[in-house]
Design a protein around this ligand. Sequence first.
Ligand SMILES: [Mg+2]
Length: 118
Amino acid sequence: MPSILIVDDSRISRQIIRKLLPAGDFEVREASSGQECLQLHLQSPADLIFLDLTMPGWDGFETLSQLKAKDTNVKVVIVTADIQTGSQSKALGLGALEVICKPPKAEAIKRAVDAYCS
Ligand SMILES: [Mg+2]
């Protein structure tokens, strides 16, 4: 069963992404911090990680770097309200697959799941 990990310090934001996931059999886990995300991913690798950028502690950039250091093949899609192109290109430069702007649209979440979570 494909495994999806939703990482955001906002519980509401995690719920929004969870509700937008397409129908299907997925294991869905949530983390409220970058540290928790890394811990969960190392325990059991996720096929796809939706990652917030703005979080206390490790932000999304640091979290992405830590994930990549441990798992070069990790698949991360950023979901952020930070629409600055500098932030987006920095995330892509660190290895994110794409950047989805908040509030996420169902089509964007579905497309990411279909593309990266097979
Ligand atoms: Mg946040």
